[in-house]
Design a protein around this ligand. Structure first.
Ligand SMILES: C[S@@+](CC[C@H](N)C(=O)[O-])C[C@H]1O[C@@H](n2cnc3c(N)ncnc32)[C@H](O)[C@@H]1O
Length: 221
């Protein structure tokens, strides 16, 4: 997994839109669904909130919502904290560095965008999904976005082409190829459904797809 510390954290916001085609759209389509489903004063858990993009998008849609920004990288969260201050939304956000199991609140919804694909399918993915389910109210939604296993033999190559069109350099593409092989643990749809079922969720519904990056809305059973 990338470290998401120091320079990696500082450069995250400028790099991510070249690495994830449709990054903006992923966030706006996620936020629109929370707006359509959640009441005022809802409390939203953002797992791997990073530099705060998820929360910035959501807070603009409903100023009464409360957020818990959880991440294992202090450097990413520090950048997020500054972003929240600049946007004047710090009062709506509780920052939590470290493990999700330490949280005591139950939430009306959770986001886990571009995080789970960094965890190996050796029990780590299952543990995180279970830990999130434990923090969710009954029937609440989890919004999950991940790099998935390619569904065609040319999907990955198309992704590299698209990222170059978005401004990624040749070296950046080489690094991405290496990272896809060694730092990501993509699932296919069947295995994702199996893990979710096992962790207490219902069938995932696809709402976003840009080649291998896929977003699902999933209800806690
Ligand atoms: C690619 S960034 C995504 C950040 C943000 N969700 C976004 O959409 O821009 C991945 C983030 O997940 C965090 N992360 C990785 N493993 C994690 C874990 N087990 N629990 C919580 N956060 C984790 C990283 O520190 C990093 O900030």
């Amino acid at each position: 997994m990338p470290t998401f510390t120091d320079e990696e954290a500082k450069e995250y916001d400028s790099r991510i839109t070249r690495l994830v085609p449709g990054y903006e759209l992923l966030h706006t389509t996620t936020a629109a669904q929370l707006k359509a489903t959640l009441p005022d004063n809802a409390h939203i858990l953002v797992v791997g909130s990073g530099t705060g993009k998820d929360i910035a998008e959501l807070a603009a849609l409903n100023p009464t919502w409360q957020f818990t920004a959880q991440d294992i990288s202090t450097d990413m969260l520090n950048i997020g904290q500054k972003r929240f201050a600049d946007l004047g939304i710090s009062d709506c956000v509780t920052i939590h560095v470290g493990d999700i199991t330490q949280l005591t609140t139950t939430f009306d919804a959770a986001l886990c965008l571009l995080v789970l694909h960094f965890l190996a399918d050796n029990g780590d993915k299952k543990s995180l999904l279970r830990a999130v389910a434990k923090q969710l109210k009954s029937s609440a939604h989890l919004y999950l976005a991940d790099l998935m296993r390619p569904e065609t033999s040319f999907e990955r190559d198309a992704q590299f082409t698209l990222c170059q069109q978005l401004g990624l350099t040749d070296i950046g593409v080489e690094r991405m190829k290496h990272n896809f092989e060694h730092e990501f643990y993509p699932l296919d749809r069947l295995r994702l459904s199996e893990l979710l079922d096992n962790a207490g969720y219902s069938t995932p519904k696809l709402y976003f797809k840009a080649l291998s990056f896929s977003g699902y809305v999933i209800q806690k059973r």
